[in-house]
Design a protein around this ligand. Structure first.
Ligand SMILES: [Zn+2]
Length: 183
């Protein structure tokens, strides 16, 4: 395999618990697969379109985790209610407009909602988190789920104090330099 020549994706309709590395399906950047490699996840469109649009990413995690999905069913983005929202790379985590699962339209909506950021919600669907490696994308997906849970609880309490644009810009700058001081 040539680096950048394609992607590996989970197969469609298989029990995750029984999957091993050898079950991953290779897809080239034109969306073609060899039949003997298996059937790719029905969401291969957005995996492919995100990799095409954002070459800095080498891993994408997609999940219907409970709170992120619940929030996405209200069409809400996650605003700057907590400074950790900046972990996704921006001042909010956007919610992509709804489109049917597995469609190119959903892929385009996801790419749009990810602009300048590493994670987004998908309306009435779930979340996407991206990273330079799988562990990074997975921990971001976990972080977004935690934020979605905290924001959902805060919404039930009401009167949320959002952080200002200036404060979020400051936090984003701190995140960019965080950990770079030590060798
Ligand atoms: Zn999904």
């Amino acid at each position: 395999l040539r680096a950048g020549s394609g992607l590996l994706i989970t197969p469609s309709g298989r029990d995750y618990e029984t999957l091993g590395p050898e079950d991953m399906v290779f897809m080239d950047m034109d969306g073609q697969v060899n039949e003997q490699d298996g059937v790719p996840s029905s969401e291969w469109h957005f995996h492919l379109e995100i990799y095409k649009a954002r070459p800095e990413f080498a891993a994408i995690v997609h999940t219907h985790s409970r709170y992120a999905t619940a929030l996405a069913c209200t069409g809400r983005s996650i605003p700057a209610f907590h400074y950790m929202v900046a972990i996704a790379g921006g001042k909010e985590i956007a919610c992509a407009p709804y489109a049917t699962f597995g469609t190119l339209e959903l892929a385009q909506n996801a790419v749009g909602a990810l602009a300048g950021r590493k994670a987004c919600l998908l309306s009435n669907h779930g979340l996407i988190a991206c990273g330079r490696m799988l562990s990074e994308a997975l921990s971001l997906a976990d972080e977004v789920e935690t934020l979605a849970a905290q924001y959902s609880i805060a919404l039930t309490l009401g009167d949320i104090q959002l952080l200002s644009d200036e404060e979020m810009a400051h936090v984003l700058e701190k995140f960019r330099t965080y950990g770079r001081e030590s060798p």
